[in-house]
Design a protein around this ligand. Structure first.
Ligand code: ZN
Length: 162
């Protein structure tokens, strides 16, 4: 029987503070913020060097994504109830009832997601990390799981094969 291995990176500095609101047809939250924490678990075979994968690679890649999201408004560009338009140096979000938000573009991050929920943010971070880990596929990495918590004890996880 072969053993299964999993490495988990969960660091205080793997965090981002951001503004968001959940919006779907018929419902919109008020704009508010969270101090998000990100965790990453990777399973796979142990290589000749004794690692599944060097923790440093996972930490660096995750930290880079957190920095992109930190102190930004998280804009779900694929929303089915918000229109997202760039107007000069601004991003304008208009909800289906006509409510409008205008932010400086530099204060926003436009994400290829439908809702700015912890679940979809976890899927987004996962997609970014997956691309970063691609060169290491040769190591026999099996699966990645990304957790995004909005508050202590309140997290969503997204898992995918590598
Ligand atoms: Zn929230």
């Amino acid at each position: 029987m072969s053993a299964g291995y999993r490495v988990v990176v969960q660091k205080d500095y793997l965090k981002f503070s951001a503004a968001h609101f959940i919006a779907y047809k018929g419902f919109r939250e008020p704009l508010h913020g969270h101090n998000y924490q990100v965790s990453v678990a990777i399973s796979g075979a142990v290589g000749a060097d004794g690692y599944v994968l060097d923790f440093g690679i996972v930490k660096r890649a995750t930290r880079a994504v957190c920095e992109e999201l930190d102190e930004r408004v998280l804009v779900p560009e694929r929303s089915d109830c918000l229109t997202v338009v760039r107007e000069g140096p601004s991003v304008v979000l208009t909800y289906e009832d006509g409510a409008r938000f205008l932010f400086p573009e530099a204060d926003c991050v436009l994400l290829p997601i439908v809702h700015a929920s912890a679940e979809e943010l976890a899927a987004y971070v996962l997609s970014r990390l997956r691309a970063e880990l691609d060169p290491h596929a040769v190591r026999g990495l099996a699966e990645i799981e990304v957790g995004v918590s909005e508050a202590p004890g309140q997290a969503a996880y997204c898992r995918a094969a590598l």
